[in-house]
Design a protein. Structure first.
Length: 87
């Protein structure tokens, strides 16, 4: 049985031995605090999918493509992290 010793954020716990797990379903996550997002399931969409507060078209300001990206727990599909970033 693992014991929570810290948190990466509100959704990802650091447990005994330095491993990571979902704070909601206790599913073990591969990777460490620096690389875990790269290993999680994710979806991408247009920046406007982030919500009504993203109302400007990014292409009016920069040439690079901008996406809305969400990362999920592979077991319970809790959204761990959301960001609007360059593709």
């Amino acid at each position: 049985m693992s014991t929570t010793i810290g948190r990466v954020n509100a959704n990802i716990n650091i447990v005994t031995g330095g491993s990571l797990e979902c704070a909601h379903c206790s599913s073990a996550l591969d990777g460490d605090a620096q690389t875990v997002l790269d290993l999680l399931p994710r979806r991408e969409g247009p920046a406007s999918a982030a919500g009504p507060h993203i109302c400007a078209d990014p292409s009016a300001y920069i040439d690079a493509e901008v996406v809305f990206r969400q990362y999920y727990c592979p077991s319970c599909w809790t959204a761990f992290h959301s960001e609007v970033v360059l593709r």
